[in-house]
Design a protein around this ligand. Structure first.
Ligand SMILES: Cc1cc2nc3c(=O)[nH]c(=O)nc-3n(C[C@H](O)[C@H](O)[C@H](O)COP(=O)(O)OP(=O)(O)OC[C@H]3O[C@@H](n4cnc5c(N)ncnc54)[C@H](O)[C@@H]3O)c2cc1C
Length: 393
């Protein structure tokens, strides 16, 4: 079946958080948008078990979700603000502490379930003018003289701009032949909810261990979410270990900083990899979110970088409208591609470097690492700069 798509200005592929935010934002600017999603999200429910995947939403990302009108519903559901961040190295003595007051922010961020954000965006999309194609899958791509043509399993769509926001595996990036580089970390992120004997103190905690960082993130209802980066075999062993063994090893890995830790959910793990697309723009096709960059989770910035892509795209579209230019005006699209690619590369390689530095005794002697962290923590201007950057404002 071929459905006419005349008049569509932008097709967004992927209704993950990034694609949904872009589609919704463009529609709110009065653009005619179509959104293609292969697997519509599962309804989020307050009485269901919380989603194991949580995001540390930065103030910058929160501002975008506010602008899109979905933050109030998220905030009253399950969003846990955190005022402090504590980072320390298992080997060295130094630690780094950041708090929202010295950065002049009401909170450093909020820990929110991925499924909750995605669901609220999905509900808002249903109320918008976005033409939804879901479930529908992209099967072929062509650049027809500067116009993007998407062959779906249900129909054919065409538009002057197509945005691939279809995740790290991005079928559309592959179909368009855009290469990517990066590497597998040979590691996995083990995630679960726990309860800590001493609570979580509204603080995002991270301990660097030779095997990888262990993050303990404060959630609502007194829960904490762990993201424990481990060599893949070790992650599998701990995912399947008897609960008492898991709890004992987790408490020890966290140096019992919050007392005994008790498992409060299932455990899951996901492979960690670094992926950077070689181009963010190819003719009418733009990449955004994980389709363009997948990063190590140690800084909790994966989805924040994607939402910054969304912000930049929306700013470009607004500028085009203000200057009376077509949305596909090449210098504006190039600006998006250049800015986001350099920002994301800087972030991805910084996280990669931090991971190498702290997860490998051979790179820098343990004592030196601890001192470096302590020194960074002692310099107030450096701390403030770090917070401002991480906040995405
Ligand atoms: C298991 C797991 C745990 C993670 N945990 C964390 C974490 O703790 N903190 C953090 O910051 N980041 C985490 N990440 C990374 C984070 O999830 C991503 O950065 C974020 O989801 C990127 O959003 P996105 O919208 O770009 O892509 P995605 O969320 O991957 O969304 C892509 C969408 O495209 C759709 N799609 C794919 N192919 C097609 C097609 N052919 N046609 C139509 N639609 C298609 C998919 O169904 C999906 O809905 C995790 C990732 C994974 C896989």
């Amino acid at each position: 079946m071929s459905r006419p798509s005349r008049g569509i200005e932008v097709i967004v592929v992927g209704a993950g958080i990034v694609g949904s935010a872009i589609a919704l934002g463009l529609a709110r600017q009065g653009r005619r948008v179509a959104l293609v999603e292969a697997r519509p999200p599962v309804a989020w429910a307050a009485d269901a078990a919380p989603d194991l995947r949580v995001y540390a939403i930065s103030p910058g990302s929160q501002a975008l979700l506010e602008h899109l009108g979905v933050w109030p519903q998220i905030a009253v559901s399950r969003a846990q603000p955190y005022q402090s961040m504590q980072v320390w190295d298992a080997g060295g003595g130094g630690s780094l502490g950041l708090n929202s007051h010295e950065a002049g922010l009401p909170a450093l961020g909020h820990i929110v379930e991925a499924g909750l954000i995605q669901w609220q965006l999905w509900l808002a999309l249903q109320q918008s003018d976005v033409a939804m194609h879901a479930p529908a899958r992209v099967e072929a791509w062509a650049d027809d003289g500067g116009e993007g043509v998407l062959q779906l399993d249900t129909c054919t769509l065409r538009a002057p701009i197509v945005i691939a926001a279809d995740g790290a595996q991005s079928p559309l990036r592959e179909l368009a032949g855009i290469a990517s580089r990066g590497h597998d970390y040979g590691a996995s992120g083990l995630v679960a909810y726990v309860r800590c004997a001493r609570g979580h103190a509204d603080t995002a905690w991270q301990r660097f261990l030779p095997s990888g960082p262990l993050a303990v993130l404060p959630c609502t209802q007194g829960l904490a979410s762990i993201v424990w980066s481990l060599p893949s075999a070790e992650a599998k062993r701990l995912r399947e270990a008897p609960v008492e063994v898991f709890e004992r090893e987790l408490t020890r890995a966290f140096d019992a900083r919050l007392g005994e830790m008790r498992l409060a959910s299932e455990r899951a793990s996901f492979p960690l990899r670094l992926l950077l697309a070689e181009r963010y723009r190819q003719g009418p096709l733009l990449l955004a979110g994980d389709a363009a960059h997948a990063v190590h989770p140690l800084a909790g910035q994966g989805v924040n970088l994607g939402l910054q892509d969304a912000r930049e795209l929306l700013a470009v579209a607004e500028e085009a409208a203000a200057r009376g230019l077509p949305l596909q005006h090449p210098p504006l699209l190039e600006r998006y591609a250049r800015r986001r690619s350099s920002e994301n590369q800087l972030a991805a390689w910084s996280f990669d470097g931090l991971n190498r530095l702290f997860s490998n005794d051979a790179v820098l002697p343990t004592l030196l690492r601890g001192h470096a962290l302590g020194l960074a923590g002692a310099l107030a201007p450096l701390r403030r700069l770090w917070v401002r950057r991480a906040s995405g404002l």
